[in-house]
Design a protein around this ligand. Sequence first.
Ligand code: GYE
Length: 348
Amino acid sequence: MKKAIYVTTMLLLTLALFAGCGSSSANEENKNETEASQVNRITVGFSQLGAESDWRNTNTESMQNAFTKEAGYNLIYKNGQQKQANQITAVRTFIQQDVDYIVLAPATETGWDTVLSEAKEANIPVILVDRRVDTADKSLYSCWVGSDFELEAKKLTAWIKNYTIKRGIAPGELHIVNIQGTMGSTAQIGRTRGLANAARENHWEIISETSGDFTEAKGREVMAALLKRFDNINVVYCENDNMAIGAIDAIESAGGHVGGDIMNGDIMVVSFDGVNKESLEYCKEGKISCIAECNPLHGPRVKALIEALESGNTPEKFNYVDEKIYSSIEDVISVVVDGEKYEVEKPE
Ligand code: GYE
């Protein structure tokens, strides 16, 4: 786009300067050709929110693999370290650099209006990935791609409901703690809402809701503290797998046993993502009873959105990905949510 034209001009000037040096070999021409194709690359500034989980790392990798030089992109990647202020600075830097597109994976939903207005003023399209922003003016971003977090929660809670019915466990027997993700993030909001609604409808008790910020270390810390405060916890709803891994460690260190047999003293752990080997292994072993998948492979999806915009099309504003549900407990073979049936798959 605009920068490409500028850089092309600069390159042509440079080439003109060197033309007089008499080195017009085939090699040199090839080199010039490569350089010329490089300058037509699309520059994408990607503000990733952090590196808090395996999901996040896989997501970053997916973006980096999609936006390669070979594919015609210059990717400027910035890690926000889970701090919105860092992400706002990153977006401002992208605006100064006059990138072609800004891709933003926002940590939390609110507080983006000003910086996104600045991007709009600079005529730089913004694509949101994974979590969303809460702005009154939706024209501040072109489109979004990610998961339906509340749907994930509905699937997971439908699984709990079906499982307890199958095993003859009365609703009043469930004493749930929710280890939440980063407060104010779309993933946390949807997953917390999904559990709160299911608990109300099914008359389950939620003993406590505490944030573990989506990290394994905080998951461990929060769970250890909850075990000291309450002696009747029998379901741990973790808003991601890394916190589940930390929580399981805390439960086992305190002498507890994780698993589905809650009427015989087990603490049942359920979670979200299904991305890392360890959590899928835990799901196979029954340490995590059920995982609602959250798919992080957004690189090619964001690339397709940029390609659509490049060719003058208007992509859908909100783009959802399809996701599965995993369990190795055989009591429940499928769940039905909002009239859709989801087969429960065995983790691989
Ligand atoms: O579930 C969690 C990560 O926003 C979907 O963020 C994402 C969540 C994901 O830290 O592991």
